[in-house]
Design a binder for this molecule. Structure first.
Ligand SMILES: Nc1ncnc2c1ncn2[C@@H]1O[C@H](COP(=O)(O)OP(=O)(O)OP(=O)(O)O)[C@@H](O)[C@H]1O
Length: 250
């Protein structure tokens, strides 16, 4: 399956606020790509344009092209796009009234999967992929909210994986977590990238350096520099990238 993402001259607005000012980049399949940059530079807006979530807010506008393989995602049904391109948010957001099992099964039911044994199989598979199964297999019917923050985030990752997306967008998925839970999420990204295209927004440059194959540096809605993570951190080509990664601003 073709999972490369091609972005060309992507521009986005909130009302009159011009947030993304012409982003073009190719995001490779089976890699983790990090988006870094100072607060407010448009990182979240960018990944929200990759699965058409940006337009779900009133008063917003998007122009340019985003393709998954050779399909223009802006010509497809947005609901299908969000099914194929899943997202995990900064704050773990399990469905509060649902059990661990139901949280993962929820997306399957919405997608019309009713067969009980298939649901059970896919819930287990997703929890295993999210490295959570061993911790929850004996309490699948406990509330999702009874889990720790790090477990809740892995539950949200399992929920996203259950509907078998091709791409996983992660918006600062570990920023609300303790160091051990953060490490688990990072290990998970490393495992998942063999099966998915992963785009991860992070404030944490060490995290980008640890987990991303490629890194993109955004500033004021523009893509300043994009390349192999090791190159970007060891020999940045643009003075602004250098200033940012050496902590001179941001
Ligand atoms: N719902 C909204 N309505 C209006 N403006 C918004 C909205 N969400 C974000 N913005 C503005 O868009 C700009 C880009 O925000 P965005 O969240 O994409 O940045 P970011 O780089 O992800 O920032 P952070 O690292 O702080 O999360 C900011 O100036 C922000 O104030």
């Amino acid at each position: 399956m073709e999972r490369q993402i091609t972005v060309r001259d992507l521009q986005a607005w909130y009302g009159a606020l011009h947030i993304l000012k012409g982003i073009s980049m190719d995001i490779a399949a089976n890699e983790a790509t990090a988006i870094i940059g100072p607060s407010g530079c448009g990182k979240s807006t960018f990944i929200r344009c990759l699965n058409r979530m940006h337009e779900s807010i009133g008063g917003t506008k998007v122009t340019g092209d985003v393709k998954l393989g050779d399909q223009d995602i802006y010509s497809l049904d947005p609901v299908d796009v969000r099914r194929t391109i899943g997202m995990v948010f900064q704050k773990p957001n399990p469905f509060p009234t649902m059990s661990i099992f139901e949280n993962v099964a929820a997306g399957l039911k919405i997608n019309g999967i009713r067969n009980k044994s298939e649901i059970q199989e896919r819930v287990e598979k997703s929890l295993r992929m999210a490295a959570l199964w061993e911790e929850v297999k004996d309490r699948l019917h406990a509330s999702g909210m009874s889990l720790s923050g790090g477990q809740q985030q892995r539950l949200c990752i399992a929920r996203a994986l259950a509907i078998e997306p091709q791409v996983l967008l992660m918006d600062e998925p570990a920023s609300a977590l303790d160091p051990i839970s953060t490490l688990r999420i990072e290990e998970l990204v490393d495992q998942l990238k063999s099966d998915y295209t992963i785009v991860i927004v992070t404030h944490n440059m060490q995290q980008a350096a640890r987990i991303a194959d490629k890194t993109a540096f955004f500033l004021n809605g523009e893509l300043i520099e994009y390349g192999k993570t090791t190159d970007l951190f060891t020999s940045p080509q643009d003075k602004r990238t250098e200033d940012y990664i050496t902590g001179r601003f941001g």
